[in-house]
Design a protein around this ligand. Structure first.
Ligand SMILES: NC(=O)c1ccc[n+]([C@@H]2O[C@H](COP(=O)([O-])OP(=O)(O)OC[C@H]3O[C@@H](n4cnc5c(N)ncnc54)[C@H](O)[C@@H]3O)[C@@H](O)[C@H]2O)c1
Ligand SMILES: [Zn+2]
Length: 396
């Protein structure tokens, strides 16, 4: 079908220079989040969202082998034109070289501006592919298909996309919202226990900062969640997604840097940086960061000791680290405080802490002293469950 469009403008000459010109560009992005129990339902939702466009599926090598190859074949079987690629798994791939290789690959496909990039994987794939989508042709549509619990409850939502720079995590990034999120909790059955626990950390965070009900759901049903039981994980993913979407809708582009969603991430990022991105999973680092922030709040008299114990107790019960000794990598307090100092330098000289004061209530402050941080780091293990685990070992 040929197109013929007439465009007419008769703009008057403006008044002379001297008056500042105000340019404006407003944008409102909305997208559906589908929480599915099985792949057949997810494929049906994906077909609706893709609407016949060409698809470039990007994943990591592990996810390609366990799920994405089959997903690509199922999409092809519906008549869609699908090309696929994958990169090595792990945080090291959230990098400029990976992004550059993906851009080269895309340039070699005949993907057009309205075609769809399908991002299938954990947070590393979501962040990297989302960032590539934001840059390719000044932005092409992308759909997130999360496969880790962390990506289901957190990374797939919100359009914060980034790759790491050797000097700092998530240094090169953008806000670029997906066209849709289609999750299938069935994919979580192949994730190991360590991966499930790390993802649960972000859901516990959401509960602490915004929902006593979500926190209680996790307290009651954590065993079923860690067994990847579909109905329970679907409840968790649905509740966490609704709450996260509500929180980010207030300030999707983070004009206000004082965000409760950063709870646990100040110390967490320092742990990830100081251990070289890899030995400590993001969720594990965040769990430890939440325990530290809770202890700081308790020592300041802001958090009831019983609630502090309830928070660290849940983290202990789901075997997430709450002490330095419990981290799956050796780290001493001095190195952690030094890493925090580096982060302070990057973040306009401020180290913001989100401190819980009750379930669903936080205060955000930049006046936490190194001595307070040190005291929160050196605390002895509080319960017998806090164990020193061996380096990086995932279990089944
Ligand atoms: N953009 C955001 O809002 C946001 C939020 C939270 C975290 N993040 C980022 O997410 C990243 C961490 O994500 P992650 O924890 O999902 O790690 P990840 O993406 O590295 O995945 C962990 C491992 O699990 C494997 N895997 C994924 N799905 C699997 C499955 N179903 N079965 C078996 N193995 C599977 C992967 O191949 C990988 O080896 C960090 O870089 C973090 O900064 C981003
Ligand atoms: Zn996080």
């Amino acid at each position: 079908m040929t197109e013929f469009v007439r465009v007419s403008e008769q703009l008057a000459l403006p008044k002379g220079p001297g008056v500042p010109i105000m340019a404006s560009a407003r944008r409102l992005d909305t997208y559906p989040v589908h929480v599915c129990l099985d792949e057949a339902t997810a494929v049906a939702r994906l077909c609706d969202e893709i609407a016949g466009r060409r698809v470039a599926l990007v994943t990591d090598d592990t996810v390609f082998a366990v799920h994405a190859r089959r997903l690509g074949e199922r999409l092809t079987a519906t008549g869609l034109d699908v090309v696929s690629t994958s990169f090595p798994p792990g945080e090291a791939s959230k990098s400029l070289p990976t992004a550059s290789a993906l851009l080269d690959w895309l340039a070699g496909t005949s993907l057009a501006r309205r075609d769809v990039l399908l991002s299938v994987g954990g947070g590393v794939v979501m962040d990297t592919v989302g960032w590539v989508a934001s840059a390719y042709m000044r932005g092409i549509p992308y759909i997130n298909v999360p496969t880790t619990l962390l990506a289901h409850v957190d990374a797939a939502l919100g359009g914060k996309v980034a790759i790491d720079h050797p000097s700092a995590k998530n240094l090169i990034g953008a806000f670029y919202q997906p066209k849709a999120v289609v999750s299938n909790v069935g994919y979580l059955r192949t994730l190991d226990g360590r991966g499930l626990r790390a993802g649960l950390a972000e859901a516990i965070k959401t509960g602490i900062i915004a929902s006593p009900d979500l926190f209680a759901l996790i307290e009651e049903r954590h065993a079923a969640i860690l067994a990847a039981e579909p109905a329970t994980t679907a409840d968790l993913v649905h509740a966490s997604s609704v709450i996260k979407c509500r929180l980010i809708a207030r300030d999707p582009y983070e004009h206000d840097l004082r965000r409760p969603l950063n709870f646990g991430h100040t110390v967490g990022h320092a742990v990830e940086t100081a251990t070289g991105y890899g030995p400590v999973l993001h969720g594990e680092a965040v769990a430890f960061g939440m325990a530290c922030a809770a202890r700081i709040a308790e020592r300041r008299g802001l958090l009831d000791p019983a609630l502090c114990a309830r928070i660290t107790g849940l983290l202990d019960r789901v075997e997430l680290p709450t002490t330095l000794a419990g981290l799956p990598a050796r780290l001493d307090p001095a190195t952690t405080v030094a890493a925090l100092g580096q982060i302070r330098k990057i973040r306009d000289g401020r180290l913001r802490f989100v401190l819980p004061t009750a379930l669903g209530e936080t205060v955000i402050t930049d006046d936490v002293s190194d001595a307070e941080i040190h005291a929160a780091l050196v605390v002895a293990p509080s319960a017998p469950v806090s164990r020193a685990r061996s380096n990086g070992s995932g279990d089944a």
